[in-house]
Write a protein that binds this ligand. Structure first.
Ligand SMILES: [Fe+2]
Ligand SMILES: [Fe+2]
Length: 395
C-alpha cells in the first residue's frame, strides 16, 4: 500500500499530521477559493476538507457518502431518442465476460529482461538520482507506477459504477435510463477486471488519490444530475479513456492490452452517451448563469484531475527523502512524460467540453494558461476512427 500521513487505520489524524497535510494541499484549496462562486465553493469545500485535509479515505476499508438527488419515474415508457436507442442496442450486443479472458498467463511485473512498461514513463526518470538505481530497483518503480495508475483507474471505475446508478434514477428520458442500465453492467465488469488484475498479476494496490477522492465525493453529494454526468461521464470517463489508450500503447503484456482494448470500446460508448445527454440539456434548459457555473466547475475538475497525474503517492514512497514536493511537482510537471499524459487525457476531454458549450471566450484564458486550450480543435471520441482512438499519441 502507498505511504500515508495516517499512521493508524481509519484513526483521527494528529495535529502534526494535519499540519503536514494542510501545507501540502493549502495552495490548491486557496487557488480554488479565488476562482469559484460562493455556492460552488460551499459544495466543493466539504469534500475538499475531508479529502485533502483530513484525508478521510486514507487507511480506511470503506467510506460512506451522502447523496441528495431526485429520482425521476417515467410512466409513459416512451422511447423517443433514436441515437440513445441505437447505442443501447450496440451496448447489449457488445457485452463480454471477464471469465473468458486468459487469466492463466504468467505476468512478471518485476521482469528486468522484459520491462512491463518503459522506464521513460516512470516520473522519477527526470531526476538525477534515477541513474543510480539498480536494475532491480528500476523494475520496482515500473511495477509501482503501473499498479498506481491501475489502482486510480479502479477507484475511478467504482465511482463510475455509483455515478451510473444515480444518473439512471435522475435522467428524464427512458432511452437514457435503459442505456444507463448497460453502463452499470459495464462499470461493474471494469471494477471486477481491474481489481483482479491488480490482485493476481501486479500484487500491489494503492489507495485513492486525494484529488480523485474530492471529486468522487463532490459528485456523489451534488443533487444535480447534469453535474454528476459532467463530472463522471465527460471528465472522469474521458480521462480514464485517455489513460487506457496510453497504457494500452506502452504496456508489454498481452492480457492487460486485451482487457484495455475491450474496456476502451465500452468507455467510448459511455462518453458518447454523456455528450448526447448533456448537449441538448445545456442548449435548451439552462440559463446563461447556470451554464457558466458548469463551465467553472469543469475547469476546476480539469485541474484536480491534472494534479492526480503528478503521482504524489510515488513521490511519498520513493522520492520524499531526496527532494521537496514543490521541486517534484516542477520536475514532473515539465517532463516529457507529463506532456504525453496531458495530451493523452485532455485530447479526450476538451473537445467534448467545447461541444457542450463549456469553453466560452470567458474561460479560454484559464485553459490557455494551464496549457490545455490547444486540445479544443480535436475530434470527439465518437468521431474518431479506431486507429485515431487506439493509436499512439505523438508529442
Ligand atoms: Fe468504466
Ligand atoms: Fe465508463
Amino acid at each position: 500500500m502507498s505511504s500515508s500521513i495516517r499512521s493508524d487505520k481509519g484513526s483521527t489524524p494528529s495535529l502534526a499530521e494535519l499540519i503536514v497535510s494542510v501545507k501540502k494541499t493549502l495552495p490548491m484549496v486557496s487557488d480554488a477559493t479565488g476562482r469559484l462562486s460562493l455556492s460552488q465553493l460551499k459544495s466543493f469545500l466539504g469534500p475538499a476538507f475531508k479529502g485533502l485535509i483530513l484525508q478521510t479515505s486514507r487507511g480506511a476499508d470503506s467510506t460512506t457518502m451522502k447523496t441528495a438527488h431526485d429520482v425521476h419515474y417515467d410512466w409513459t415508457y416512451e422511447r423517443e431518442n433514436t441515437t440513445m436507442s441505437k447505442l443501447y442496442n450496440a451496448a447489449l450486443s457488445s457485452q463480454w465476460n471477464a471469465i473468458d479472458l486468459d487469466w492463466s498467463c504468467e505476468v512478471d511485473p518485476l521482469s528486468i529482461s522484459r520491462p512491463i512498461i518503459p522506464d521513460a514513463f516512470c516520473p522519477g526518470i527526470v531526476l538525477p538520482q534515477w541513474a543510480l538505481l539498480s536494475d532491480k530497483e528500476k523494475a520496482k518503480h515500473r511495477q509501482a507506477l503501473l499498479s498506481w495508475m491501475l489502482s486510480q483507474i479502479l477507484h475511478g471505475e467504482q465511482g463510475a459504477l455509483y455515478g451510473a446508478c444515480q444518473v439512471i434514477q435522475a435522467v428524464p428520458w427512458m432511452d437514457g435510463k435503459l442505456l444507463g442500465s448497460t453502463q452499470v453492467l459495464d462499470e461493474g465488469r471494469h471494477v471486477e477486471v481491474f481489481h483482479r488484475y491488480l490482485n493476481e498479476k501486479l500484487g500491489r494496490k494503492y489507495e485513492i488519490n486525494e484529488n480523485l477522492y474530492v471529486l468522487s465525493e463532490f459528485l456523489v453529494n451534488d443533487s444535480r444530475w447534469d453535474v454528476k454526468f459532467l463530472g463522471m461521464q465527460i471528465m472522469i470517463e474521458g480521462f480514464g479513456l485517455g489513460a487506457f489508450t496510453m497504457i494500452q500503447n506502452i504496456v508489454d503484456e498481452p492480457l492487460l492490452k486485451n482487457i484495455l482494448k475491450l474496456i476502451i470500446q465500452d468507455e467510448a460508448r459511455h462518453v458518447h452517451y454523456g455528450v448526447l445527454a448533456l448537449q441538448k440539456f445545456y442548449e435548451n434548459e439552462l440559463s446563461e448563469k447556470e451554464l457558466r457555473e458548469r463551465e467553472d466547475l469543469a475547469f476546476e475538475i480539469s485541474l484536480l484531475l491534472q494534479r492526480r497525474f503528478l503521482a504524489h503517492e510515488i513521490y511519498d514512497e520513493y522520492w520524499g527523502n531526496h527532494l521537496s514536493l514543490k521541486q517534484w511537482d516542477k520536475f514532473v510537471g515539465e517532463s516529457q512524460l507529463m506532456r504525453i499524459f496531458r495530451k493523452s487525457m485532455f485530447r479526450l476531454v476538451i473537445p467534448h467540453l467545447k461541444k457542450l458549450g463549456l469553453l466560452s471566450p470567458r474561460i479560454q484564458p484559464r485553459y490557455r494558461q494551464a496549457g490545455l486550450l490547444d486540445f479544443q480543435e480535436g475530434k470527439a471520441v465518437y468521431e474518431m476512427s479506431q486507429q485515431e482512438l487506439l493509436g499512439p499519441v505523438a508529442c
